[in-house]
Design a protein around this ligand. Structure first.
Ligand code: GAR
Length: 214
């Protein structure tokens, strides 16, 4: 087997996507190593998940910095210690500034609970229900300095039923997310998806080939 890809995962809260990635690694579905989990919130539950699996947890609390630039510089210094192949944003609720993005250009992924470019930003489920959308979903994309922007790498969709509430969409979305992130990372690890330095993405896996996550 080839070398695992090295990841640093950024979180702000619960960390269920982090857990899905940890589980996929531990059961041999994902050939990756999580070097560290970095949180901008000291009480993020995802840090406890990391600790349970002996993964280094680092807190870079945005409240300790005067402005966004100083915070991003501190984040960058912390990530650079690990020199990861990729940075995985998994429920990280802050935008990264252009210097940070440039330092890891085309090597930062984000997962977002909508079918981008629709419903960027917060409260996607509530807005989708207000607009009576019939379909909703999840996107994984390369990160740029703009909010929830950048080339889309993978999308998953699910139907919105008439009596669905925010919690129902949250549940359906998470269910998809927890399969999508490990799968995408494994495609990258095994070279089924190749991202060039200029952001061009090659997908070797035929798009209509069913993906098995289990
Ligand atoms: C996920 O649903 C993710 O898509 C969303 O935060 C949640 C984190 O859940 N991210 C964003 O909204 C980013 N714009 P988790 O902490 O349980 O993984």
């Amino acid at each position: 087997m080839s070398e695992p890809i090295n990841l640093v995962v950024f979180i702000s809260g619960n960390g269920s996507n982090l857990q899905a990635i940890i589980d996929a690694i531990e059961c041999g579905q994902l050939n990756a190593r999580i070097q560290a989990v970095i949180s901008d919130e000291a009480d993020a539950y995802g840090l406890a998940r990391a600790e349970l699996h002996d993964i280094t947890g680092v807190v870079v609390d945005h409240r300790n910095y005067n402005n966004r630039n100083e915070f991003d510089q501190a984040l960058l210094q912390n990530v650079n210690q690990f020199n990861p192949d990729y940075i995985v944003l998994a429920g990280f609720m802050r935008m990264l500034d252009p210097d940070f993005v440039e330092a890891y250009q085309n090597r930062i992924f984000n997962i977002h609970p909508s079918i981008l470019p629709n419903y960027k930003g917060l409260n996607t489920h509530r807005r989708v229900l207000e607009n009576r959308e019939k379909e909703h979903g999840v996107s994984i994309h390369l990160v740029t300095a703009a909010l929830d922007d950048g080339p889309i790498l993978l999308q998953g969709r699910y139907p919105v039923e008439q009596d669905d509430k925010v919690e129902d969409l949250q549940y359906k979305g998470h269910e998809l997310e927890h399969r999508m992130y490990p799968a995408l990372l494994q495609w990258i690890s095994q070279g089924d998806m190749v991202i060039l330095d200029n952001g061009i993405v090659f997908q070797n896996r035929p798009i209509n080939q069913p993906v098995s996550f289990k």
